[in-house]
Design a protein around this ligand. Structure first.
Ligand code: SPV
Ligand code: MN
Length: 623
């Protein structure tokens, strides 16, 4: 430790750092503090006192303010910093590195030069926090170590809620370099404590060195290292080893009266029902965003949630659709709201089911009043569509008892769902593991407010992971094929779609997902027959009718069944065409093309044979 660096630390910080006995940790902190020039560096451990220190600093710094209900705070991101910036997120590439065409890249030398220049002095006058975390449960073979260096107490506070403390885990590294580093600076802040130079926002991923650099931003999807920045590094690692790092929820399905649990993982693009699937009433949640999957000695797939909290979209959380989350958001506990409206210490959000929304308050645009317009003349809504809440899973009544289990849970079902208004049925079971991989790769969705840019644009989003796959897509998909081949007990795979429309209206109600998941659960247990179609096995009407009645207390009509479960031959063929275009520039495994070819041939011959564009489920045979 140089004298100059040592002077920036108080004695407690110095002791904590030295106790790690890790020269790589010290070198990196020293290097980045020399570069970013904070006024002070605080190294934090994992005790209650250190966690409180960060929480207090978030308030003292003005990045968060307290609300009326005990434990609740609010944070605002800048007006142009309210979602993930996919355009400004780039992978640093070296000469021989091959990547998917869909991933933004920048030459590593050029990128490092640019980002290190932006980070130069970026922490001026601020306190730099150093935190250690575990990505995944501690003492688990799934988990990875992560160090966060940031000048934003909001980022560190969010991480203290969302991730497991990892100071002891770093000690167990015994001096090794086996950890990821996330370096973040919000950059210069304005009078509202939000990033001033958003136009210089950059998020650069260095897979060579296991580091991510993030500057001039605060929105958690850009700033919180352990979330989507770590997911990218983990995907790189997993695809060069033999496991999966996925944008997936993990949940336990509990069929009523049957005294058993079946675990599912599920990939859905941002803002397409992932959290609400993990939170289906009567089921249990293990995680809602990121999972690592590995194969155990008996050949089962096991998954852990790398997080211990939820950074959830708050829009449409109301007492009817999301009763458990609504209750958690409206009673005392540690919780950060972001980009909601605040008036008299009370948070308000879109779709919360209240009709007494105040006409003025503070929101992501600063002081807000009804009909306020931005500099482009656009009316500013009272809250943002990507406004969020950050809280611990342990706050929820439906948290699964195994959510912290170092061995994870055995995965028996995998779900892939997108925002698709006109093609896919609500649920279809893949015909095999390989067909399931194909269905996951074929996931398409319409863009949402979770990323910056136009919403409602349909795009291909394999495994809901397209923004994060920092390896060639072909390698990523091959890894899925081979993962399944190595399993003795393969999970069943389901393609799902909560967003199918008929005559301009959704054909599902939000709670219907409970029926779909319990149908999948019953299939896995051999309790339901199905009809076999080229796009997968579909439920029988009678089984759904019973499930709707027993689970939701609702009648389900044959007409609804036919609308929802008809196979749209023309639409499916158009989808295949779009996929072919999407994947043709990628080096996809042969197996992928042959499944696509088979699917196309079967759909075409049905179309020719029947002369129909759409076939009802009754056309197909029950198996
Ligand atoms: C998502 O957008 O998929 C999220 C939130 O889970 S973010 O942190 O922005 O990635
Ligand atoms: Mn996500």
């Amino acid at each position: 430790m140089s004298d100059k660096f040592s002077d920036l630390l108080d004695s407690l910080s110095r002791t904590k750092l030295e106790a790690l006995e890790n020269i790589h940790v010290i070198e990196q902190i020293e290097y980045f503090t020399k570069l970013c020039k904070p006024a002070k560096v605080t190294v934090l451990g994992e005790g209650e006192e250190d966690i409180r220190y960060v929480r207090d600093l978030a308030l003292k710094s003005g990045e968060e303010t307290t609300l009326k209900i005990r434990g609740q705070t609010v944070h605002f991101d800048g007006y142009y910093d309210l979602a993930r910036d996919v355009g400004a997120t780039k992978v640093l590439t070296t000469k021989n590195m091959r990547l998917s065409k869909r991933i933004n890249t920048i030459d590593r030398d050029d990128g490092l030069k640019e980002i290190l220049t932006l980070l130069d002095g970026a922490m001026g006058g601020k306190e730099c926090l150093v935190k250690f975390y575990s990505l995944g449960p501690t003492n688990s073979r799934f988990s990875l170590c992560a160090m966060q260096i940031t000048d934003s107490p909001y980022v560190a506070h969010s991480e203290d809620i969302l991730y497991r403390q990892g100071y002891s885990q770093f000690k167990r590294l015994k001096g090794s370099k086996e950890f990821f580093t996330f370096i973040h600076s919000a950059g210069e802040l304005n009078e509202n404590r939000v990033t001033k130079n958003v136009h210089l926002r950059r998020i650069y991923i260095d897979v060579v060195d296991g580091k991510v650099y993030s500057v001039n931003n605060q929105y958690a999807g850009n700033s919180v290292g352990l979330k989507k920045l770590a997911l990218r590094l983990a995907i790189h690692k997993a695809n060069h080893e033999d496991w999966l790092a996925e944008h997936m929820l993990i949940m336990g399905a509990h069929p009523p009266g049957k005294n058993r649990v079946t675990y599912f993982t599920g990939a859905f693009p941002s803002a397409c029902g992932k959290t609400s699937t993990a939170m289906i009433p009567g089921q249990s949640i293990v995680g809602d965003d990121i999972a690592y999957l590995r194969i155990d000695d008996e050949g089962y797939a096991r998954a852990v949630n790398i997080e211990q909290g939820i950074f959830g979209i708050i829009q449409d959380v109301n007492p009817i659709d999301d009763p458990l989350i609504y209750k958690a958001l409206t009673t005392p506990r540690e919780l950060i709201f972001s980009n909601v409206l605040v008036a008299d210490g009370i948070p308000y959000w879109l779709g919360m089911g209240r009709d007494d929304i105040p006409e003025k308050g503070v929101n992501f645009s600063g002081e807000w009043w009804k009909e306020k317009r931005d500099s482009e003349g656009k009316e500013i809504p009272f809250a943002h569509g990507n406004a969020r809440y950050t809280m611990r899973l342990s706050e929820l009544e439906n948290v699964d008892p195994k959510y912290n289990d170092p061995e994870g849970v055995v995965v028996e079902g995998i779900l892939y769902g997108g925002r698709d208004s006109d093609t896919n049925v609500p649920i279809a079971e893949a015909l095999s593991w390989e067909h399931g991989v194909y269905l996951g790769a074929a996931l398409e969705s319409e863009t949402t407010t979770a990323t910056i840019g136009k919403t409602g644009v349909r795009r291909c989003d394999p495994m809901a992971n397209i923004d994060f796959v920092v390896v060639p897509l072909g390698l990523y998909i091959s890894n899925h094929f081979s993962f399944g081949r190595r399993l003795k007990h393969k999970p069943r795979v389901y393609a799902m779609n909560y967003f199918l429309k008929h005559e301009g209206r959704y054909t599902n109600s939000k709670l219907d997902k409970k029926v779909w998941i319990l149908w999948a659960e019953g299939r896995i247990r051999g309790e339901y027959d199905a009809v076999k179609t080229p796009i997968g096995c579909l439920p029988l009407f009678n089984d759904l009718e019973t499930l709707f009645r027993e689970v939701l207390g609702r009648e389900y009509s044959e007409k609804d069944y036919e609308i929802q479960f008809s196979v749209r031959l023309t639409k499916q063929l158009e989808k295949i065409e779009r996929m072919e275009n999407f994947f043709k520039d990628e080096e996809m495994p042969e197996e992928f093309w042959s499944i696509m070819k088979k699917q196309r041939e079967e759909l075409m011959s049905l179309k020719l044979e029947t002369g129909e564009e759409v076939l009802p489920p009754s056309f197909f045979q029950a198996v």
